[in-house]
Design a protein around this ligand. Structure first.
Ligand code: FMN
Length: 192
């Protein structure tokens, strides 16, 4: 039996929520697209949290990274997820808000463990050229204070207003779009 548009919409948010919680799930990482200066920026990021009621996706990053330059200039994100086992692709678009040194970033920082905190302490900053291969963490030692990493820690929240779902099946592919219009979600089947 065919899924209804409403079931597909619920399935999208269910898959995203599950992916954010389960490390080895296909939707635990997604491709984040941003508008760069003269080109599109794309990179894999971990989906750290999902709020289905608010239609929000959350990722963490270093505030010195290129994607932050993009999102500061154009606060709009494209997300792309693909689950190869179910052959389902979900694309989402929405506006972004960057949280740095505020209550939101502080509450997420409490969930970042010691080793992961070090990743925000690269010197020099992400994307800087170096004379040899390095992660920029050589300056750290056992006495290093990982609280300093918080200065570079940013939480980015996308509030989704467009979703496109694609399901590949032997007996016929299916594709649907959902748009937030005047506060209500409108679903539409489209040709895959
Ligand atoms: C599996 C995987 C997960 C990643 N997760 C993140 C992440 O959650 N946040 C992040 O900033 N970069 C993450 N990265 C690194 C980015 O893909 C990217 O290389 C880096 O952030 C620099 O991107 P930018 O120069 O476009 O800002 C991840 C990379 C991989 C391969």
């Amino acid at each position: 039996m065919e899924d209804t548009l409403s079931e597909v919409f619920t399935q999208c948010w269910g898959k995203l929520l599950y992916g954010s919680l389960i490390n080895d799930n296909a939707f635990h990482t997604g491709v984040l697209g941003t508008q760069g200066e003269g080109s599109i920026g794309m990179r894999t990021v971990v989906l750290r949290a999902v709020k289905p009621d608010e239609k929000q996706l959350v990722f963490y990053t270093d505030k010195r990274s290129s994607k932050m330059t993009d999102l500061t200039a154009v606060p709009f994100a494209n997300w792309l997820f693909y689950d190869g086992s179910e052959r389902v692709q979900v694309k989402l678009l929405g506006n972004t808000i960057i949280h740095h040194m505020d209550e939101v970033s502080q509450s997420h920082w409490q969930k970042v463990n010691g080793d992961a905190r070090k990743l925000y302490m690269a010197v020099p900053a992400p994307s800087t050229s170096t004379d040899y291969p390095t992660d920029g963490l050589e300056h750290l030692n056992s006495g290093s204070n990982t609280e300093d990493a918080y200065l570079n820690f940013a939480v980015v929240i996308t509030t989704v207003d467009f979703i496109e779902w694609l399901s590949l099946k032997k007996d016929g592919h299916r594709r649907a779009q959902f748009k937030l219009i005047d506060g209500s979600w409108k679903g539409q089947w489209i040709i895959p």
